[in-house]
Design a protein. Structure first.
Length: 579
């Protein structure tokens, strides 16, 4: 995948992780959907194929010593920092753990991954109140477009030797490491630039995307920037090899989250870049060819959703979504955590911080215009122009515009940092007193510092002092499962995250689960199914540590308390009502 781009850039090794992340799930899916191989067999075959191709490639092309000296230490550094950032729960809990907080999608990705690991392609989930464990996989595999994200999570669970739930944090660490390293390798032109950009990208909302359950966005949005960067830095001399690589990568990006959003940014920012190049008089002869290439990439992304073979409705806002533009701008400019259920930053800083961040981006745009730098101008102005377009659409009555803007969180900051690096380019020298060099360096630092309050709050909440009752430990689930055996086990919890974690982890183990009305609402509220009834009473009850008098407590964790409803002689013990 990196072969077509080797002649025009210094850092090749760090392009490979993103290429592998985007192509490997496609190959696994290709083998798995034949229904001739299990998921594990499909993964092994895909890995052997990719590793063999890489080995053959390395025998033909040997990386330079400079590339090795820069890339390997940087990879180890970014991977170590990312692991600490995302795996703090495991370090604190002294067991493989997940920090399940600020969103419930973590369990959704884990659920889909577990299903892939334990079922053949022919064994599709069934939509029935009798099988609540099947309910979410029905949604994931019938109306969702993030199949590569589910496959990647299943791959990480296989490599980690755990379920999808307890592979989530390490999968995020791998994802953000790849994102920072590969994006930096695309845009940077020196050792200092690639190091600075990789570290600066760790401060973007990419971290919160993964931490708050938006795993698909964590994988797709940096990958979209990676794809755009390859196109904009390799637009001269487009070849069939480059075109093939672009289309394969576009398919990988689009199936990580959304083909529509991938196409929007490829066409919007990439098209703006081509137009700027034309206005600047840069290689006007091949402008039409570049537009054709860009159109093909965007169409591959859109068609990954099945739009042309199976027409699908346009995107809309989910029921109950509401937001005003003032709040959205705080999130879009990365001053506030995008989890809108609470404010993680002082309200007095939100408006000044957002205003300052916007001014910094505008200043970068002005410098890009003055420096006639098409790539920097497209990266800094493109996302802002897309947001402005959505504001206009909202004013015209397009009801999904605000929700569409909410989906773009994490793009403005990361695109702006890459644009700043492109502005400095190969001309950057320490001690330079050129006005534009001093200005861009200062603005780049300011771009990070203006978001410092959000970063500090996130570090405290997710890394340094996470809530103990949101650290779910694999050791606790193992202990509860060992005590319960086959069940039946009544899940009686009020908290949605407690219910989802119990469904995902105990459901995959085949334990006979029963549900109280509260527990039932926590896992399948979106179905509107009536509360279930059961012919036999449960032997065990798993609740959220509420007081039940003289109940026989078998095990307690930070979230749950396991209660036996009968003593060893089979005599009934009094219990509190199920709700």
């Amino acid at each position: 995948m990196t072969a077509p781009f080797r002649a025009e850039r210094q850092f090749i090794l760090l392009l490979s992780p993103a290429c592998g992340m985007l192509t490997l799930p496609l190959l696994v899916t290709l083998f798995y959907t034949t229904d001739k191989l299990s998921f594990q067999q499909s993964a092994a075959l895909a890995l052997v194929l990719c590793v063999s191709l890489t080995a053959i490639s390395v025998t033909v092309w040997r990386p330079s010593r400079f590339d090795l000296r820069v890339s390997i230490p940087l990879l180890l550094t970014i991977a170590a920092i990312s692991t600490v950032m995302f795996c703090a729960a495991t370090l604190i809990g002294e067991s493989q753990s997940i920090l399940y907080i600020d969103g419930s999608d973590h369990g959704g990705y884990a659920h889909a991954a577990d299903w892939l690991l334990s079922h053949s392609f022919k064994q599709q989930p069934v939509l029935s109140p009798e099988h609540p464990y099947h309910s979410w996989p029905v949604v994931m595999f019938s109306g969702d477009f993030r199949y590569s994200a589910f496959v990647f999570m299943a791959l990480m669970a296989t490599l980690n030797g755990t379920s999808g739930l307890f592979a989530y944090d390490i999968a995020c660490a791998v994802g953000i490491s790849i994102a920072c390293l590969s994006v930096a390798a695309v845009f940077a032109s020196s050792r200092f630039m690639i190091t600075a950009l990789a570290l600066f990208l760790l401060t973007t909302v990419w971290f919160e995307l993964g931490r708050d359950g938006f795993f698909g966005k964590l994988m797709a949005y940096p990958s979209c920037l990676f794809l755009l960067g390859l196109f904009m830095t390799s637009y001269r001399g487009l070849t069939s090899q480059k075109m093939a690589a672009f289309c394969i990568l576009a398919l990988g990006v689009a199936t990580m989250h959304s083909g529509i959003i991938t196409a929007l940014f490829v066409a919007g920012v990439g098209g703006l870049f081509i137009c700027i190049n034309y206005l600047l008089g840069d290689d006007k002869e091949d402008t039409i060819g570049r537009f054709m290439c860009l159109a093909a990439i965007a169409l591959v992304a859109i068609s990954s959703n099945g739009m042309f073979s199976r027409p699908t409705p346009g995107p809309g806002s989910p029921i109950g979504y509401s937001a005003n533009w003032a709040d959205l701008f705080e999130h879009l400019l990365e001053i506030q955590n995008h989890a809108r259920t609470y404010r993680s930053v002082s309200g007095t800083w939100l408006v000044p911080g957002a205003s300052l961040a916007l001014l910094i981006h505008v200043a970068l745009i002005v410098i890009a215009v003055l420096r006639r730098n098409a790539i920097a101008l497209a990266l800094t102005a493109g996302p802002l122009l897309i947001v402005i377009l959505l504001v206009v659409m909202d004013a015209m009555g397009f009801t999904a515009a605000r929700y569409g803007a909410y989906q773009l969180i994490s793009t403005i900051g990361s695109f702006g940092l890459c644009g700043a690096v492109c502005l400095l380019g190969k001309d950057f020298r320490f001690g330079s007193r050129d006005w534009w060099v001093v200005s861009v360096v200062s603005l780049s630092i300011a771009l990070v510092m203006v978001r410092a309050p959000r970063m500090v709050s996130s570090a405290r909440n997710y890394v340094l002092d996470p809530p103990v009752n949101r650290i779910f430990r694999l050791a606790d689930f193992d202990a509860i499962a060992a005590a319960v055996g086959r069940g039946p086990l009544l899940i009686d919890v009020n908290n949605d995250l407690y219910g989802i974690a119990a469904l995902v982890e105990f459901g995959r183990r085949g334990i006979d689960l029963q549900w109280s009305p509260a527990g039932w609402r926590s896992v399948v509220r979106y179905r509107g199914w009536p509360n279930p009834t059961y012919e036999s009473d449960p032997i065990f009850i798993l609740d959220d540590r509420r007081d039940r008098g003289d109940a026989i407590v078998v095990y307690e964790s930070a979230q749950y308390r396991l209660i036996r409803t009968r003593d060893h002689s089979g005599v009934e013990k009094p219990t509190a009502p199920r709700e």
